[in-house]
Write a protein that binds this ligand. Structure first.
Ligand SMILES: [Zn+2]
Length: 444
């Protein structure tokens, strides 16, 4: 152990001793003693929080590989045991439809993924319950069950239909990223914004795209700006009546990935929503490539070699008549990722800290991207390791109250506001404004 840490522990012990002495002598007997509660350990703080993670890609495993959350992790990041150990209270299961593989069948694949999550919940009612609201998350917490929620990743899932969007809400979907890495007919993605062959919108969202955002506001579906292009981001912030959020994005000032958010964007999320809004929240992504420039550069350097090798492998599987599943491609990516040293946990904490400082402590949370990423920081091997994040934050001086905000309270506040805004908009039935850029408020 480092001498500085020893000194810190000695000082802490001394001050604890002094506190106990002060408490036992300062209060005369007849006066009611108001004990200042003892400082909580990081483990206690983590255990006392409703821990919410807003992005896990586990449904791919469940559907294609019949993975059951009661099984051992077997290379994955999330199952019931790891969730319990990490005190994970709520998980948003990502409903992600690979746009090339499922071209022409987006709705079918979306519905199958939703079904797979709902079936897990009905198979294991003692360990997991579907949650559709902040109140449901709190109820699951009281009942010591994992609250399972769903978010669609990629607006292409609605196949340009507001009817499908509403159907997905009815089935329980509570957020949607306007795009995944692919632009769609009405919103642009950071993933292909510079690709010359791809058609893009003029100003970030088409009129139909603004309709989608409005309809999400009216339904109470959270507008998720992870993955979108910068222009689409700003257009969504201006268009949305409710605050917006990023379900799994990190800070671009620290790691220069186009999927990450600039400081200006972090502040815009914090200020999003109507004049009375408490603002949105940025849920930090754990992916090594989003939290470390070194890792990202190394990954990009092997891109050509990796893509050639993976394409050859896929061709071989296809020739053998095999169906290519997410598990198969994920395993290949993981092998390549394993060649690059994982960044330290402190780099993930740097991102959380940066968002907390730039956007504000009320506007940051966790969006792991578990089971959707080939590499995570050292020490974060599954949901069981979530308490390490709380410990690292407290070591940096974050209070118990701040940690509980980051772990889940910020997101719950945001979720509540989105649902309250929906109620207000539903009460204005018939007064639906035409979708133009002239929104009822402008905060920028
Ligand atoms: Zn994603």
């Amino acid at each position: 152990m480092k001498p500085l840490r020893l000194l810190a522990i000695a000082l802490m012990a001394l001050s604890l001793f002094a506190q106990t002495r002060a408490q036992s002598t300062a209060h005369p007997r007849h006066k009611p003693v108001t004990h200042k509660s003892a400082p909580q350990s990081a483990a206690q703080v983590h255990q006392s929080a409703i821990v919410i993670d807003t992005h896990a890609d586990t449904p791919q495993r469940m559907l294609d590989d019949h993975y059951d959350l009661t099984e051992p992790l077997d290379g994955g990041y999330l199952n019931f045991a790891s969730a319990k150990e990490g005190n994970l209270g709520a998980e948003f299961f990502s409903i992600w439809v690979e746009p090339k593989l499922y071209e022409g069948h987006y709705a079918r694949r979306t519905l199958e993924l939703i079904d797979t999550v709902l079936r897990q919940a009905s198979k294991h009612p003692d360990q997991m319950m579907m949650a559709y609201s902040p109140e449901d998350i709190e109820r699951a917490h009281r009942e010591h069950k994992l609250a399972a929620l769903m978010g669609i990743e990629g607006g292409h899932s609605i196949e340009d239909s507001l009817g499908l969007l509403r159907d997905y809400y009815r089935l329980g979907v509570r957020y949607m990223t306007l795009t995944w890495s692919n632009s769609n007919d009405w919103a642009d993605s950071s993933g292909d914004i510079d690709s010359p062959g791809v058609k893009h919108t003029e100003d970030g969202l088409t009129d139909f795209g603004k309709d989608v955002v409005y309809e999400m506001n009216r339904l109470g579906m959270m507008v998720d700006i992870s993955h979108v292009s910068d222009k689409t981001f700003y257009r969504a912030v201006i268009t949305s009546r409710a605050p917006v959020f990023a379900s799994h994005s990190s800070a671009r000032a620290l790691t220069n990935a186009p999927r990450n958010m600039t400081d200006d964007m972090l502040r815009a999320v914090a200020r999003s929503g109507g004049p009375e809004s408490k603002g949105g929240v940025v849920m930090v992504n754990f992916y090594s490539g989003f939290i470390s420039d070194d890792w990202r550069n190394a990954w990009n350097l092997q891109a050509a070699e990796r893509q050639t090798a993976e394409a050859a492998q896929i061709a071989e599987w296809k020739a053998e008549g095999k169906t290519i599943t997410y598990e198969m491609t994920d395993a290949m990516d993981k092998q390549w990722a394993a060649k690059i040293p994982r960044p330290p946990l402190s780099m993930l904490i740097d991102h959380i800290d940066h968002v907390a400082k730039v956007a504000g402590i009320d506007h940051v949370g966790l969006g792991s991207d578990f089971d959707g990423i080939p590499s995570s920081p050292q020490g974060i091997d599954s949901a069981a390791d979530l308490p390490k994040i709380t410990a690292a934050l407290m070591a940096r001086g974050y209070s118990a109250e701040d940690c509980r905000k980051i772990l889940g309270e910020n997101f719950l506040r945001f979720f509540r506001e989105v649902q309250a805004t929906a109620k207000e908009l539903q009460a204005q039935a018939g007064e639906r404004p035409r979708i133009t850029d002239q929104q009822p408020f402008r905060k920028q």
